[in-house]
Write a protein that binds this ligand. Structure first.
Ligand SMILES: NC(=O)c1ccc[n+]([C@@H]2O[C@H](COP(=O)([O-])OP(=O)(O)OC[C@H]3O[C@@H](n4cnc5c(N)ncnc54)[C@H](OP(=O)(O)O)[C@@H]3O)[C@@H](O)[C@H]2O)c1
Length: 187
């Protein structure tokens, strides 16, 4: 007679294997992380929309590496909550909130006037991939119970976390070999 494991063990192993595969897939789709040790102590970094999502994760990663981070947000209260969280977690007190509403030319000009700089600015476009952030906050389907039960568990492994979504921007900001690269698109 051939020995076969108890059904419970088979089901549990199958579930554990599926969960591990899902985690591996999530990590794989999360993209390459910046693994260098480059620090940007005292470098001033301005991040728009940084009270949540990809912007906040980028602010966190750069503050961790010593940057002086200016969080350019439209909502002072939300910005302050996020700022305190970043300061506490990074132990970098040089993180500031400044109001900038990107829907208002007046607000953008007021903000920019404080930071007029000379040359040395590079501009690149980055695509973060599909990231699980508040970007769907106004899309009722994605915030519904239906989606939470029938959609999210199945697409979870293919969608990046905010930290993973910030990897491209963080990489661009830190990678030495890209410091003079401008006008390119990265994904
Ligand atoms: N998530 C994705 O899958 C994905 C994919 C491709 C590209 N992107 C791009 O990546 C960027 C960040 O997206 P996310 O997913 O992190 O979105 P998110 O979680 O919705 O965060 C957006 C941030 O932008 C701020 N914001 C919105 N309108 C603003 C305005 N008029 N002035 C100043 N700040 C404003 C929001 O502030 P409030 O909290 O005050 O609203 C928030 O801090 C966006 O440009 C998005 O288009 C995202």
């Amino acid at each position: 007679m051939v020995w076969s494991p108890p059904k419970k063990v088979v089901y549990l192993s199958a579930a554990a294997t599926c969960a591990s595969l899902a985690c591996l897939m999530k990590d794989y789709t999360g993209g390459r992380r910046y693994e260098g040790s480059h620090r940007i102590d005292k470098k001033v970094v301005i991040i728009t929309g940084s009270n949540t999502g990809i912007g906040k994760e980028t602010a966190f990663e750069l503050a961790k590496r010593g940057a002086h981070v200016v969080m350019a947000c439209r909502d002072a209260r939300k910005c302050e909550v996020a700022r305190q969280d970043i300061v506490l977690r990074t132990k970098n007190k040089y993180v500031y909130c400044r109001i900038c509403d990107l829907a208002s030319q007046e607000s953008i000009i007021q903000f920019a006037e404080r930071f007029k700089s000379g040359t040395g600015v590079t501009v690149n476009a980055v695509h973060p991939g599909i990231v699980d952030t508040e970007i769907v906050r106004h899309m009722s389907f994605f915030n519904s119970t239906l989606s939470a039960i029938f959609l999210k568990p199945f697409i979870w492994m293919f969608i990046k976390s905010p930290g993973q979504g910030a990897r491209t921007t963080v990489y661009m900001a830190l990678e030495e070999s890209l410091k003079d690269v401008s006008g390119k698109y990265f994904k």
